[in-house]
Design a protein around this ligand. Structure first.
Ligand code: ADP
Ligand code: MG
Length: 344
């Protein structure tokens, strides 16, 4: 199969979640619309030309983030291709959520060892499904031959002044997280079992496996949170490591109450409470949001979370300096270090 047929068959999607994306829109019409202040950011051109084209009205900022997934490091090629696609896009969309951005579009650069149509059909189906789930269209990319390697670049938009940033935590802020922590890290131990006997996981193990392979970043909540908070990031390398970025960039410290970390029943029942806490503090791949907010918006944060169907938990406080982890008032001993490339 030739490169262009491959792109047409597997990487040119139709979307029905935004009529602007059904086809390439006449650029003139697009720019006349965008001159109004109510104009929304939009994709003007997707797959097919030398570049994709966006309209960005001047009260918005464009944000972008890129991630590369390498076979054997970030995933195993034995994983069903639908799941590889989900994980690859979700990891990028999680970065958009972390800035409080709304997804606009993404590009895919993929290197394939061979044209395996069965694999490509699964990957393409998974990618289209997850791109529809997050309402983020595929607008371009590059296709080459080589070891399996998947690079996605996601673009999002935020109204000016509404970003969530790592350097905006202030002493006295509450620290919050969305969802449940540690499930994905626990699921890594299930990998050989899950891949060997795909459907023989227990119910609890299946919950953990889904958290690892099909994370759903809290996009809508994150976007609305920009009315209540200026500081947040996504948890991809583990709570302690990621919170560390906030602390160093905001030049402050934090107290974390480990007993209040959100642990799912599935995790506690599978690995026990002690190990669950270790995973929650240091495990990677959660793709949940960690954010800070003034203590006088606690109720608003809780209400917003309820509106968005998201679980949120207050886990600590921003202080002057240092990172203190306590379990019922005693220092918490952490047993694992978080994942770092080049440093294992
Ligand atoms: P060029 O050579 O000008 O870079 P290509 O021939 O690589 O263009 O790609 C042709 C069109 O197909 C472009 O619009 C490009 O963005 C798109 N494209 C190529 N590979 C992919 C892919 N894996 N997914 C989505 N679009 C792709
Ligand atoms: Mg090219």
């Amino acid at each position: 199969m030739a490169e262009f047929d491959l792109i047409k068959q597997y990487f040119t999607f139709e979307y029905d979640f935004d009529q602007n994306l059904k086809g390439n829109i006449d650029a003139e019409q697009a720019s006349s619309k965008s001159s109004k202040s109510t104009a929304k950011p939009r994709v003007v051109k997707g797959v097919g030309d030398d570049c994709a084209v966006f309209d960005i009205p001047n009260n918005y900022q464009l944000v972008t983030s890129t991630d590369t997934l390498v076979d054997g490091v970030h995933f195993f090629s034995k994983l069903p291709p639908e799941l590889i696609a989900h994980k690859a896009l979700a990891a990028n969309v999680s970065d958009l959520a972390a800035m409080g951005a709304k997804p606009l579009a993404f590009t895919l650069s993929i290197s394939l060892p061979e044209v395996n149509e069965h694999w490509l059909a699964g990957f393409s189906k998974g990618l289209q499904d997850v791109s529809t789930l997050f309402k983020i269209p595929l607008v371009g990319g590059d296709t080459t031959q080589g070891p399996l390697n998947i690079n996605i670049t996601a673009y999002g938009v935020v109204k000016k002044g509404r970003l969530l940033e790592r350097n905006k935590a202030v002493s006295g802020d509450d620290i919050w997280v969305t969802g449940y922590l540690g499930e994905a890290a626990a699921a890594l131990e299930l990998e050989s079992k899950a891949l060997g006997r795909q459907y023989n996981l227990s119910d609890a193990e299946q919950v953990l496996w889904n958290a690892l392979t099909q994370p759903v970043p809290p996009l809508k909540f994150a976007r609305k949170l920009t009315k209540l908070s200026r500081c947040g990031l996504d948890i991809s390398d583990g709570l302690a490591a990621d919170l560390g970025h906030v602390l160093s960039q905001s030049q402050c410290g934090a107290k974390i109450f480990v007993e209040s970390l959100p642990l799912s029943d599935a995790l506690v029942n599978s690995v026990g409470i002690d190990q669950a806490r270790q995973y929650a503090v240091n495990g990677g791949d959660d793709y949940e949001l960690c954010f800070t907010a003034l203590s006088n918006v606690r109720n608003k944060v809780l209400n917003l979370a309820e509106q968005c169907g998201v679980n949120v938990t207050r886990i600590g406080k921003i202080i002057g300096s240092g990172l203190e982890l306590t379990l019922y008032g005693q220092p918490f001993q952490s047993s694992r270090s978080s994942w770092q490339h080049f440093n294992q």
